[in-house]
Design a protein around this ligand. Sequence first.
Ligand SMILES: Nc1ncnc2c1ncn2[C@@H]1O[C@H](COP(=O)(O)OP(=O)(O)O)[C@@H](O)[C@H]1O
Ligand SMILES: [Mg+2]
Length: 247
Amino acid sequence: MPDLAIADLHAAYAGRTVLGGVSLNVASGDVVGMIGPSGSGKSTLLRVLVGLLPPVSGLVTLDGATVDYRRKADVRALRDRLAIVFQQYNLFQNMTALENVMVAPVRIRGRPRTEVRAEAIDLLSRVGLSERMNAYPDQLSGGQQQRVAIARALALKPEILLLDEVTSALDPELVGDVLDVIRGLAAAGMTMLIVSHEMSFIRDVASRVVMMADGSIVEEGRPAEFFREPQTERARAFVGRIRWHRD
Ligand SMILES: Nc1ncnc2c1ncn2[C@@H]1O[C@H](COP(=O)(O)OP(=O)(O)O)[C@@H](O)[C@H]1O
Ligand SMILES: [Mg+2]
């Protein structure tokens, strides 16, 4: 049962504060939609959580156990439990889709190939790529590559999946398939922190919306209420500028 608690987290780049005290709890099965203007610190928060940027101060606990980001062992243990997918999917170009999904469990975990292979085939079918398992990244569309990247992240069986604008680099017609995969994960109970500009998607899929601005959380709420009636001036201005797609 992942219970991620973030308390008063501060982070900085070269001495410049970019997270000024973020507190957030993520319970098992939560789908947290993180929104907010560009530069508000959403990616930085995810990077700190997975140990890519050491926090300046603050407390992160997983199931009640404090994560000490200065300890390599803590960060390693954390990466068994949290997986992140970026906007840039960065697949290994010299490996097929299947090999990309298999590589971490086999090489990092040292698990048996046959077992890992069966799981990877399963994962690729979950992201709708059964037919493309043996394709190399350059033979796949951006949306297909991003779905391989999601399968690759799931291959280590994370308890929490962090998604950082995974559809932002895709051609519009490829976005839907990737969002469908994420919707499927949410329906299956995957705990997720989703940074996205796809507002109607967030409104539909998130159990909670968190809005950041200037390195802090400015408002948090249930999606229907947040988008209908934001409470703070900052959130009202942001929501007011959203262009909703007509279905
Ligand atoms: N690698 C970096 N080095 C220095 N500053 C950075 C770096 N990455 C992000 N920043 C700065 O940190 C702030 C927060 O950025 P970021 O977390 O990427 O915001 P968001 O993901 O919400 O767009 C911004 O002011 C950005 O310019
Ligand atoms: Mg970002």
